[in-house]
Design a protein around this ligand. Structure first.
Ligand code: IPM
Ligand code: MG
Length: 370
């Protein structure tokens, strides 16, 4: 199992080091190769996604990705900015299906900004289409307006578009995920205003005919944003486009109070994929050894489950994380009164210890991951 390790920028290198430690104690035939990506790659090679890094990602069975970005690159031309690395990997590897679970760990209910009863037991899965929509739609650019409210003025434009096969394939991923869970899918659109999302709704409805056992409902994105904070547990699997998914998945992550806990998977049509924590590079705390490595460690678990067919190892990791939380260990982002505050490395060490059965504290039933 060849794994490309792309730590990236900011806290990326620190959290990745802990995930690599976890890999090492799993007793699986991993072969890893590490490469630069994002701002780190720009510094060394003049490009955020050098050819060598892309080739490594292509050749690997799976990619474990840290995070990219730093304010200091905000002034670079867009194609040279760190974010282009992740967008490029998604595009070049055909990673169209982004799975973002939002799970509220019972031990962490107090970390949410919502009332405990609203989020206790929350376990939803956001499925975001990842290679289409306004993110990649052409044409885009700047020009002098020839029409509109201010002809002759400078303007900028992007294009929102989805083809039928693009919607069909993400709909299939979503219906199949719903089938493995509670057979309930919400498709989020803006069909009341946008042609693209009326089409989205029509195509998802058409695909639904092949999944009569799954209950499908449709919701406008503004209402979905509202319902997510009003009654988050009314959702199970949510499927939506690239841009709405970007926004709603951050909102959903914050319901759990701990974006530092949430893994994600970006899969291609053969379930090959890139796995990354849902959080960013957090340059404000980089290098301080305080970042939470658990989202990256849980991303490794997702990789084992989805791409490497090692579900048992995935459960072992998830149970180890659960044990560590039950033992009261907390990085700053999830710390609350009475808990033991630890740094990045101590948290990683604790997971490694739990994997070898060396952590005190009761082990609760592991959370079902997506
Ligand atoms: C995400 C991020 C990216 C996105 C950025 C870094 C390009 O916000 O993975 O959600 O917008 O997709
Ligand atoms: Mg985002």
């Amino acid at each position: 199992m060849k794994i490309a390790i792309l730590p990236g920028d900011g806290i990326g290198t620190e959290i990745m080091a802990e995930a690599v430690k976890v890999m090492a104690v799993l007793d699986l035939p991993f072969e890893t190769e590490t490469a630069l990506v994002g701002g780190a790659a720009y510094e060394a090679h003049g490009h955020p996604l050098p050819e060598s890094t892309l080739n490594l990602a292509r050749a690997a069975d799976a990619v474990l990705f840290g995070a990219v970005g730093d304010w200091k690159y905000d002034k670079l031309d867009r194609p040279l900015r760190p974010e282009q690395a992740i967008l490029g990997l998604r595009k070049h590897l055909g990673l169209f299906a982004n799975l973002r679970p939002a799970i509220c760990y019972p031990q962490l209910t107090a970390a949410s900004s919502l009332k405990p009863e609203l989020v206790a037991g929350l376990d939803i899965l956001i499925i975001r289409e990842l290679t289409g929509d306004i993110y990649f739609g052409q044409p885009r650019g700047r020009r002098v307006a020839v029409d509109g409210h201010f002809p002759g003025a400078e303007e900028a434009f992007d294009t929102m578009r989805y083809s039928k096969p693009e919607i069909e394939r993400i709909a299939h991923v979503a219906f199949q995920a719903a089938r493995r869970r509670n057979k309930k899918l919400t498709s989020v659109d803006k069909a009341n205003v946008l042609e693209t999302f009326q089409f989205w709704k029509d195509v998802v409805t058409e695909v639904h005919a092949q999944y009569p056992d799954v209950a499908l409902d449709h919701m406008y994105v503004d209402n979905a944003a509202m319902q997510l904070v009003k009654a988050p547990k009314s959702f199970d699997v949510v499927v939506t486009g690239n841009m709405f998914g970007d926004i709603l998945s951050d909102e959903a992550a914050m319901l759990t109070g701990s974006i530092g806990m949430l893994p994600s998977a970006s899969l291609d049509k053969a379930n090959k994929g890139l796995y990354e924590p849902s959080h960013g590079s957090a340059p404000d705390i980089a290098g301080k050894g305080v970042a939470n490595p658990l989202a990256t460690i849980l991303s490794l678990a997702m990789m084992l489950r989805y791409t490497l067919n090692q579900a048992e190892a995935a459960v072992r990791i998830e149970s180890a994380v659960d044990a560590v939380l039950s033992a009261g260990l907390r990085t700053g982002d999830i710390w609350s009164e009475g808990m033991q505050r630890v740094g990045t490395r101590e948290m990683g060490d604790a997971v490694v210890a739990a994997l070898s059965g060396r952590v005190a504290g009761k082990t609760t039933t592991p959370i079902t991951q997506a």
